[in-house]
Structure formats: structure tokens, C-alpha cells
Design a protein around this ligand. Structure first.
Ligand SMILES: *[C@@H]1O[C@H](CO)[C@@H](O)[C@H](O)[C@H]1NC(C)=O
Ligand SMILES: *[C@@H]1O[C@H](CO)[C@@H](O)[C@H](O)[C@H]1NC(C)=O
Ligand SMILES: *[C@@H]1O[C@H](CO)[C@@H](O)[C@H](O)[C@H]1NC(C)=O
Ligand SMILES: *[C@@H]1O[C@H](CO)[C@@H](O)[C@H](O)[C@H]1NC(C)=O
Ligand SMILES: *[C@@H]1O[C@H](CO)[C@@H](O)[C@H](O)[C@H]1NC(C)=O
Ligand SMILES: *[C@@H]1O[C@H](CO)[C@@H](O)[C@H](O)[C@H]1NC(C)=O
Ligand SMILES: *[C@@H]1O[C@H](CO)[C@@H](O)[C@H](O)[C@H]1NC(C)=O
Length: 468
């Protein structure tokens, strides 16, 4: 049955292109939350801004404005919207007003003078359009498509010293400062966007999970934007670091259900889990040896040819009193399938039994095939990922024997008892749950996880720390 499923998956892989196996969706609720946190962050930073000294010359007067600090700032929350026309965002800020003060110093020939000044910049409007895309390397790209800035007016007053000298120049100053600030806003924004772009290019799109496998997370399609959300489709493939072999099947397309009352939606295709399974299987990691010392003492069964008499009657006669060892390995890759509200796992393994001779030589005894099916539930409780597993089916059959034929019913019964004990232990672990992944300064809250046909969907809100 597994073989058939695998063949079906392989066939599907021939007819479709590269579908993302991981999808991340930022909803408008999420975007507005980020905007709100971002605005608070900017507001905090404004108090700490220091401006460089401004020096210049008006006619024969040299002047310097120094120690410029913001004394008051009316910072309206900017607006941010998804912009489907540019596959990006439109951000605008309107009606920002700032008051600053500082010291002025002037020099005419050998005569120095100085005092203080107040300046107010009224009604700054800024509109910026960002476009998101995908580099051939799979990195997210961001570019500034357009930017406009306008300042309605500027007011400057000079105090102290012979400040009357400046009176005739105030009009000039206003124009000069207005043009100076207005002309600097967009280049400053564009520089920030270029910085963000550089940061994105430097980001890893492949993560080494452990020495055996890596997780490939480049964008597999360009980001998609509509008026309510932005969608990122990532490759989501585990790759063996030893074989570097892609699995012989690809991700099937899936679409996340629309959900506007959560900030984030995430979808993970069963492809991702199966690519991990394939990576471990193809590199030969899905095998284990079992010997008698690994069987708990209370278990009513020893890996010893003498105590195997009730299962394989000829064994104690042919090889009396010897310890045994079992080699277990996956006959085919374990295959996961996601069904509504349940995860199914089919496993097919082979078990080779050996007698351990006193001189440590292994004498082959017989080989068994084991087919088993499990189903599991996955859910989120108290911000922890929890799950449980059930064994649905377990069959054991004799594949070959060096000691002659024997009935496997009794052995199958024994193995089932053993598997049930294993499943119970696993469930105790799973029941404690795992913490949801956390990033620096960010945390998922109100998360709901649902297994759908072919993928698992996580809908969640997030909590960002505004200061980090
Ligand atoms: C997108 O383009 C259409 C048609 O050109 C225009 O009506 C609409 O306002 C634009 N939307 C945005 C968000 O710019
Ligand atoms: C600017 O204003 C602050 C607070 O209003 C005041 O403490 C400071 O002395 C002023 N600086 C100058 C140079 O006038
Ligand atoms: C990116 O990956 C490389 C190699 O795996 C690693 O050395 C580096 O630290 C990673 N960089 C980041 C920012 O995670
Ligand atoms: C059983 O296996 C364990 C782990 O592989 C090994 O440390 C131990 O020596 C083995 N015992 C025997 C009796 O072979
Ligand atoms: C296997 O079991 C028999 C009988 O229970 C015992 O006499 C023998 O010592 C055991 N063999 C080993 C190697 O432990
Ligand atoms: C180990 O013992 C077995 C059985 O007594 C024998 O057939 C085999 O030749 C021995 N192997 C070695 C390497 O001595
Ligand atoms: C269990 O597996 C056997 C053999 O593969 C199959 O005939 C049987 O229908 C399966 N039972 C269930 C409940 O899936």
C-alpha cells in the first residue's frame, strides 16, 4: 500500500511545478499591529535623536546651529496598507509637527556672537511605496518604488546676543531649512530600505537542523499581495546533508483558509514532514539494533534463544542458551499523510534476528516484515504544542528463515504488547507538550492549530516587544 502511495506521489510530482510547502500569511490585523508597535518605537526613539550641527554662511556672516533637540513632537500614527498594484505596501504619514530648539553662534570677521533658537516644522507629509519580490536565490527583496515628502511650513525664532542681525535672514532660513529637511526625508527613507534589503540578502534561507539534515526555506514563488494580506510561499524541504538528494515527490498545492481575525496564518504541507522522513531514510539513519540489555528487566521476554521457545519452537534446540540481537530498519520511508483532524503514519520495517555466539559471531536466524499504521492528533493548548499517537494496525509476517518455518501469531502478539508499551511512553512525553517556537522579542499567542487534508494550518496572533 505504501508503495502505491509513493508511486502516486511521484506521478503527481511530474505534473506540477514547484509549489511552496510552507506558507506564511500576514493579515491586515497583523500589519496594523506591526505598524502600531513600530510607531511607538519611533516615538520613543525621537526623544533620543541628536542632530548634527548645521553650519553655513549668509553673506559675510558665518553661523552654526548646534545642540539641536526635539522639544515637542506631534507624531500621528502612520498608515500602512497592502498595495496589490506594486506587490507591496503603501505607507503614509500625514501631519507630523516637530518643535526643536538649540544654540546659534555667528561670526562676522573677528566678532563672535551667540544665543538660542526655537524652530517648529509644521505638517510634514510623507508617502512611500515599497515593493516586495523574490531574488533568484530565494531571498525576499524589498525596494522603494516611490517616495514623496512635503513640509507645509517652518517657523524659526532667534534669541539672545545680537539676534536682531538675523531678523532679515529669517525668511531665508525658513526656506533653506524647509528645503533641507524636505529634500532629506526620501533619501533617508530610501537608505533605510536599502539597509533592510541588505539585511534580507544576508539572511540564511537554509538552516542546519542537525548534522544529518538541513531545512531549506527559500521563497519558491514571489510574494503575493492583495488588499487584505501578504502571502509568502517557502520551499519547506528537509534535505539530507549526506546524500543531498531531493525526495522523489513534490509538494501539492494547498490554500490556507482566509482568516482576517488573526494576525498570522501559517501552513505546512505534509511534503515537509515527508521530506524529513525521506532525508533520514535515504541516508540510512532509520535503523537500530536491539539487544537484551535494552529490554527492561520487568518485561516477560528475554532476547535469548532459550526463552524464545514458545515463539520459535526449534530455536532452543538448534541454538541453546545464546543471547540474541535484532537489527531493525525501515523497509520503505515512513510516510505521513495529513487528514482532517488527524495525522496518519504508515511504517514498514524489517527485523533481522541473530544469535550471538560465545565468540561474538552473529548467526542469522530469521527475518520478519512488520507493517504498522499509526494515527495521531495535534493541537495547541496553553501555547504548547501537544499531540497523541495511536497504533491503528500492526501486522508481522515471516520474510525468510534460516531455522525453518514457524507460525508468527504468537510473536505478533508479543510485538504488539511491546509496541503498546512504546506508544504509551511516547504519549507521556507528547502529553507534556512542546513550547511554540520563539524569536527574540516575538511570541505567538492565541494560536490555533488544525490539521487539514494535505496540510496543517496554524492561525495565531503575535506579541512583539517594542523595546529590544
Ligand atoms: C491600484 O491601481 C488602481 C488602478 O490603477 C487604482 O485605482 C488603485 O487605487 C490602486 N491601489 C493602490 C493601493 O494604489
Ligand atoms: C530647549 O528646551 C528645553 C526644554 O524645553 C530646555 O531645557 C533647554 O534649555 C532648551 N535649550 C536651549 C538651547 O534653549
Ligand atoms: C548562516 O548559515 C551559516 C552556515 O550554516 C552559519 O555559519 C551562519 O552563522 C548563519 N548566519 C545566520 C545569520 O544565521
Ligand atoms: C547492547 O547495545 C548497547 C548499545 O548499542 C551496547 O552498548 C551494549 O554493549 C550491547 N550489549 C550487548 C550484550 O551486546
Ligand atoms: C539465556 O536463558 C537461559 C535460560 O533462561 C539461561 O540459562 C542463559 O544463561 C541465558 N543466556 C545468556 C547468555 O544470558
Ligand atoms: C564462532 O563460533 C561459531 C560457532 O561455534 C563458529 O561456527 C565460527 O566459526 C566461530 N567464528 C570465529 C571467527 O571463530
Ligand atoms: C491492517 O493491515 C492489514 C494488512 O496490511 C490489512 O489487511 C488490514 O485491512 C489493515 N486493517 C486496518 C484496520 O487498516
Amino acid at each position: 500500500m505504501l508503495q502505491t502511495l509513493l508511486t502516486a506521489l511521484t506521478l503527481i510530482s511530474c505534473v506540477s511545478g514547484e509549489n511552496p510547502a510552507v506558507q506564511l500569511v500576514l493579515t491586515n490585523k497583523g500589519l496594523q499591529y506591526v505598524r502600531h508597535i513600530g510607531a511607538g518605537w519611533v516615538q520613543e526613539k525621537l526623544d533620543l535623536i541628536t542632530f548634527p550641527d548645521i553650519s553655513g554662511k549668509i553673506g559675510f556672516i558665518k553661523y552654526t546651529l548646534s545642540g539641536v533637540r526635539i522639544t515637542q513632537c506631534d507624531f500621528p500614527e502612520p498608515s500602512v496598507e497592502f498595495n496589490p498594484n506594486n506587490t507591496g505596501l503603501t505607507m503614509s504619514l500625514s501631519g507630523l509637527s516637530v518643535a526643536v530648539n538649540g544654540s546659534w553662534a555667528s561670526r562676522v570677521g573677528l566678532i563672535s556672537d551667540g544665543g538660542t533658537f526655537d524652530m517648529a516644522v509644521f505638517k510634514v507629509d510623507v508617502t512611500s511605496v515599497l515593493e516586495f519580490g523574490k531574488h533568484p536565490s530565494g531571498h525576499l527583496s524589498v525596494t522603494s518604488v516611490s517616495c514623496g515628502a512635503n513640509i507645509q511650513s517652518v517657523d524659526v525664532r532667534f534669541y539672545g546676543g545680537a539676534s536682531w542681525i538675523f531678523k532679515p535672514f529669517v525668511r531665508f532660513f525658513k526656506k533653506y531649512i524647509r528645503a533641507g529637511i524636505q529634500g532629506n526625508i526620501c533619501p533617508y527613507l530610501e537608505e533605510s530600505v536599502a539597509g533592510l534589503e541588505q539585511y534580507l540578502q544576508a539572511m540564511n534561507v537554509t538552516y542546519d537542523v542537525n548534522p544529518a539534515v538541513s531545512l531549506e526555506l527559500p521563497l519558491s514563488v514571489s510574494p503575493g499581495v492583495d488588499s487584505e494580506s501578504m502571502n509568502f510561499g517557502l520551499k519547506g524541504e528537509f534535505l539530507s546533508l549526506e546524500t543531498h538528494k531531493d525526495p522523489p515527490f513534490v509538494a501539492r498545492p494547498f490554500s490556507l483558509p482566509k482568516q482576517s481575525n488573526y494576525m498570522l496564518l501559517m501552513g505546512l504541507s505534509e511534503f515537509t514532514v515527508n521530506s524529513a522522513s525521506f532525508a533520514y531514510y535515504s541516508a540510512g539513519h532509520l535503523q537500530a539494533n536491539i539487544n537484551d540489555s535494552m529490554i527492561p528487566p520487568y518485561f516477560p521476554f528475554r532476547l535469548n534463544t532459550s526463552s524464545m521457545g514458545q515463539y520459535v519452537p526449534q530455536l532452543p534446540k538448534l541454538f541453546p542458551g545464546l543471547l540474541m540481537t535484532l537489527q531493525i530498519y525501515a523497509g520503505e520511508m515512513p510516510l505521513f499523510s495529513f487528514e482532517p483532524d488527524s495525522v496518519k503514519l504508515g511504517m514498514s520495517a524489517a527485523i533481522k534476528a541473530f544469535a550471538v555466539q560465545p565468540n561474538a559471531t552473529l548467526t542469522p536466524l530469521f527475518k520478519l516484515n512488520v507493517d504498522s499504521q499509526f494515527s495521531g492528533k495535534v493541537w495547541i493548548d496553553n501555547e504548547k504544542l501537544k499531540s497523541s499517537v495511536m497504533m491503528d494496525n500492526f501486522t508481522l509476517s515471516l520474510a525468510s528463515s534460516e531455522v525453518g518455518p514457524f507460525k508468527t501469531d504468537a510473536l505478533e502478539g508479543l510485538a504488539k504488547i511491546g509496541m503498546k508499551a512504546v506508544v504509551k511512553t511516547i504519549n507521556e512525553k507528547l502529553g507534556q507538550g512542546f513550547d511554540l517556537p520563539r524569536m527574540k522579542g516575538a511570541q505567538l499567542v492565541n494560536s490555533v492549530l488544525k490539521v487539514e487534508k494535505g496540510f496543517v494550518a496554524l492561525t495565531s496572533d503575535a506579541q512583539l516587544q517594542s523595546t529590544y
